[in-house]
Design a protein around this ligand. Sequence first.
Ligand code: FAD
Ligand code: DHB
Length: 389
Amino acid sequence: MKTQVAIIGAGPAGLLLGHLLRADGIEAIVIERQSPDYVLGRIRAGVLETVTTGLMTKLGIDGRMNAEGLIEAAFNLASNDRLIRIDITALTGKHVTVYGQTELTRDLMEAAEARDLPVVYEAKDLAIHDIEGAAPFVTFVKDGAAQRIEADFIAGCDGFHGPSRKAIPAAAVREYEREYPFGWLGILADVPPCHDELIYANTDAGFALASMRSRARSRYYIQVPLTDRIEDWSEDRLWDQLSARFDPLSRHGVTRGPALEMSIAPLRSYVFETMRHGRLFLAGDSAHIVPPTGAKGLNLAASDVAYLSDALIAHYASGDDAPLEAYQGKALARIWKAERFSWYLTKLMHRFPEDGAFEHRMQAAELDYVAGSQAMQTAIAENYVGLPL
Ligand code: FAD
Ligand code: DHB
């Protein structure tokens, strides 16, 4: 089989890229290792920047997002029992939208057939070949049969653990990493949120986040040591922790309910600067990871894909390869700023095991400064809503 762009991975990056290319008449095939149900079972991001919602609108796949997404004009930072409201709309004129990654992915999956975007699910043993030559191709096994797809370009949208990044020879690699000594334990439950806006809380017991998916579905996270396993946490133990942290801070208090999902995710900052090698282009988590504080991961995947789709469209429309040459530099400029913001907010809001009383005082002083400084609040708000493309 032959196509113009072979896209590896049907997460938000791969599906968005596929739709953006198809909307311009470019042939693309998305190849995914998992089943659709598995992809939709991964509970992840919840906060979308206007860059991301704007792409859905450009594609005309925004009906459900507009109907069900919650417009958030503000969020809160908390320093123990003190709430600091960051009024992002007053400070920047913009807002973010609360709409789950699962829902966005479902909308993109459901629109694929009608828009003639083929998605191959349950593709096993995928391998990438000849990216340095003029005729790269992808091989995989589907239903026991070996498949081969030849393409002009390969887009590696296969997340942090996918094969694309690993297909780039070691001599060409430039990468930067920082791991954090804790993870986030998350719970999703059909109970009303404790507060009408998100709260990122720095408490003596550690970081906690109160988020939501709708007015009837809550999403909470707390900081846990990397050594904790999900079996160490009963639902009751987690709800006790959440109540202790958010009852004093929130308008409605924490309502408990059965967990729809509970999981632990480690925190990491990672940038793989070699986002292009020959005819392979990386986008999304395959090239970078941010710690989730600040909600940048999915939104960065969307901005990468905005740049990459424009560059591929220019190539096919006019043979102009300058945008493809510029892709890595343009994407990295935005990625590093989002990395900085996520790292900054992670350091400001978490309890690091190596920190002592002095560092805790520094965090409290900085949060006190934020509370009294419109300049600081503006800097935080403009990063939170997302820097311009
Ligand atoms: P992925 O979503 O990882 O998709 C990659 C796809 O490639 C997967 O479907 C995978 O199955 C497939 N794949 C992998 N290997 C292969 C293979 N060999 N062959 C074929 N396919 C393959 N981001 C935000 O912006 N806001 C948030 O609020 C936020 N909260 C988060 C909370 C948590 C707990 C976590 C874990 C992440 C959060 N993120 C958030 C980050 C966000 O979820 C990711 O950045 C986003 O999923 C990246 O999309 P992607 O398409 O690049 O990668
Ligand atoms: C959610 C996740 C985040 O990482 C974040 O910063 C805000 C909200 C969420 O899952 O709702």
